[in-house]
Design a protein around this ligand. Structure first.
Ligand code: UDP
Ligand code: MG
Length: 328
C-alpha cells in the first residue's frame, strides 16, 4: 500500500497502563495504517508490568518506540518528552486508556491538511466520567478563561494534533513546568476543532485523583497569568477601605457619643476575617514565589532511564525525513 508523504508521530503518556497498551497499540496501528508513522510510548515511572509489555511490542514492531522515566514525573512531563523526541511532521498526543478514540486520528490529520497548526479534539462527556469531575472541570476552565488573556479550550484534555513548527517552539521553550494546554493558547496559532464522544476508561482507575487535579489546576492558573496577584492587591485595598470605615465609626462612637464599643463579637469577626484575607493573599504570593524558586533551579522536567530512540537512529531518521515532504 502506498504510504503518506508525511510522517506522523503519536505520543502516548503511560502510567501503569500495562492492561490497556496492547489494545491501544493495535487500535493505533489500525487507524494509522495508511500513514508513515511512529508510536512513542512514554513510561512515566510505572510500577506495573508495562515495561515488559512495550519491550515485547517494540521487538515486534519497528514503528514502536518507548521512553522510560526514572520515576513518575507527571503527565505533562511525559507529553513534553514525547514531543521532544517525536520526528513527525504532525504529532498527535493521546491518552493510553482508550477514553480518547484513535479512530478520530484521520479526522485530525484531515484538519491539519486544511492548514490548521493545532487541531484540538474536543470531548463530549456522557457517562465516561463522574459528575464531580465533569462539573469541576467546567468550573475550572470558566475561571481559567476569566483569568487568562488567551482563550484556553474548554475541557481540553490533551488529545490533539500539532504541526512540527509548533513542536519546535515547545522544544525550545526555556521554562520548566510546562502547562501545555495553556501554551497552545498563548502561541496563538490557527486552531482547528474536532468533536468526539469521550469514552469510559478501558482498564484501571484514573491517575488524576483530586490532589493531582488541584496541582494541575494551580499550575495552569499561575503559568497563564499574574492576575491572581492583582486580585490579591485589590482585595487588600478593598478590605483596608472597609477597615477605615469601621475605624471611623468606632472613633465617632468613642468620642462623640455616650456609647462605647463593647463588641467582642465584632472584634473577633473582623480579626478572623482579616487574618483569612491575609493568609489567602500570602498563599497566592507563595504559589508564584514557589514556582519562581523551582524554575530558578533549572532542573529538567524529567529524567530518562532508557529509550529505544538512539541519537544515531535519530540522525538516520532525519536523513529519511529530508525526503519526506511536509504538507505545509
Ligand atoms: N499519566 C501519566 N502520568 C501521570 C498520570 C497520568 O503519564 O502521573 C497518563 C495516563 O497513563 C493516561 C493519561 O496520562 O494515559 C491521562 O491520565 P488518566 O487517564 O489517569 O486521567 P483522566 O483521563 O482520568 O483525567
Ligand atoms: Mg483517562
Amino acid at each position: 500500500m502506498k504510504k503518506s508523504k508525511f510522517f506522523v508521530s503519536v505520543v502516548v503518556p503511560c502510567y501503569n497502563e500495562a492492561a490497556n497498551i496492547p489494545l491501544m497499540v493495535s487500535e493505533l496501528q489500525k487507524h494509522l495504517g495508511t500513514y508513515s508513522y511512529e508510536i512513542i510510548l512514554v513510561d512515566d515511572g510505572s510500577s506495573d508490568p508495562l515495561q515488559e509489555v512495550y519491550e515485547k511490542l517494540a521487538n515486534k514492531y519497528d514503528e514502536l518506540r518507548f521512553i522510560r522515566f526514572t520515576r513518575n514525573f507527571g503527565h505533562q512531563a511525559a507529553l513534553q518528552a514525547g514531543i521532544c523526541h517525536a520526528r513527525g511532521n504532525a504529532i498527535i498526543t493521546i491518552d493510553a486508556d482508550l477514553q480518547q478514540p484513535p479512530s478520530l486520528i484521520p479526522e485530525l490529520i484531515g484538519k491539519w491538511g486544511q492548514g490548521y497548526m493545532v487541531v484540538e479534539a474536543v470531548p463530549i462527556y456522557r457517562e465516561s466520567i463522574g459528575l464531580f469531575k465533569k462539573y469541576s472541570s467546567y468550573l475550572y476552565y470558566w475561571i481559567l478563561n476569566k483569568i487568562s488573556e488567551y482563550p484556553v479550550v474548554k475541557s481540553a484534555n490533551d488529545y490533539r494534533l500539532i504541526d512540527q513548527k509548533v513542536a519546535n517552539i515547545i522544544r525550545q521553550l526555556p521554562e520548566n513546568h510546562l502547562y501545555l494546554r495553556g501554551l497552545y493558547a498563548w502561541m496563538g496559532f490557527k486552531k482547528g476543532f474536532v468533536k468526539y464522544h469521550h469514552l469510559k476508561r478501558l482498564h484501571g482507575k484514573t491517575h488524576y485523583p483530586l490532589h493531582k487535579m488541584i496541582k494541575l489546576a494551580l499550575n495552569g492558573i499561575t503559568s497563564l497569568s499574574i492576575k491572581p496577584l492583582r486580585l490579591a492587591l485589590f482585595t487588600g485595598i478593598f478590605v483596608s477601605l472597609i477597615a477605615f470605615v469601621i475605624m471611623g465609626w468606632a472613633l465617632y462612637l468613642e468620642y462623640f457619643t455616650e456609647k462605647t464599643i463593647q463588641g467582642w463579637t465584632s472584634t473577633i469577626i473582623s480579626t478572623v476575617f482579616l487574618a483569612g484575607v491575609q493568609l489567602i493573599v500570602l498563599g497566592i504570593i507563595g504559589e508564584y514565589l514557589g514556582k519562581l524558586f523551582m524554575e530558578n533551579k533549572r532542573r529538567p522536567n524529567y529524567i530518562i532511564a532508557a529509550k529505544n530512540i538512539s541519537k544515531k537512529e535519530d540522525l538516520k531518521k532525519k536523513e529519511k525525513e529530508a525526503e519526506v515532504v511536509a504538507i505545509n
